[in-house]
Design a protein around this ligand. Structure first.
Ligand SMILES: [Zn+2]
Length: 185
């Protein structure tokens, strides 16, 4: 885990994917009125990894001002921690080598209540989202929802860097409001 938190190459790849996702939105027009989009990045101070990400890509319509936030593989909704950390740490609380909240708290310095909330979010909120309901059928064998997000991490082989990026790409639709508001915690 400590290695993950300092994986500069992973950070770089996640940045590149976010950039591509952002450019795809920027190249389009406003969903509401069809006008051009302007840059409207907002400031974030993500925790959990050694990163210099101080902005989440976002765009504003030049006419109606509506915000268009592209999906992200770096930020999981409004959570202040880097997305991959939220996934992997929550996964570590479950599964064959489950680590207790106290151990994770000590190792990572993440508040115990935050850790509990992450786990509950996967078990109670995530599995009820339209996103998950629309996508769970693509997993064979069927994933055990009581084992979230551990079974997702396993299924994407997210112990490795490539799998981590694929997993975050899979989850990226839930990071934007057009993914139907999964993000509140
Ligand atoms: Zn507009």
């Amino acid at each position: 885990m400590e290695k993950l938190l300092k994986d500069g190459r992973l950070c770089k790849l996640l940045e590149e994917v976010d950039w591509d996702l952002a450019q795809a939105v920027r190249a389009g027009k406003c969903r509401h009125c069809g006008a051009k989009l302007h840059c409207g990045d907002f400031t974030r101070k993500p925790r959990g990894m050694v990163v210099s990400w101080d902005k989440r890509h976002s765009f504003d319509c030049s006419r109606c001002r509506k915000r268009h936030t592209p999906p992200s593989v770096r930020f999981l909704g409004r959570k202040v921690y880097v997305g991959i950390v939220v996934v992997l740490v929550a996964a570590m609380m479950h599964g064959p080598n489950a680590r207790r909240i106290a151990t994770l708290h000590e190792a990572l310095g993440i508040d115990k209540r935050t850790l509990k909330r992450w786990r509950q979010w996967w078990l109670d909120v995530f599995v009820q989202t339209p996103f998950w309901k629309a996508n769970r059928a693509r997993f064979m064998p069927v994933l055990n929802e009581a084992g979230m997000p551990y079974c997702l991490v396993e299924s994407f082989n997210a112990e490795g860097r490539e799998g981590r990026i694929k997993l975050m790409e899979f989850l990226s639709p839930i990071t934007t409001t057009s993914g139907k508001g999964v993000v509140a915690m």
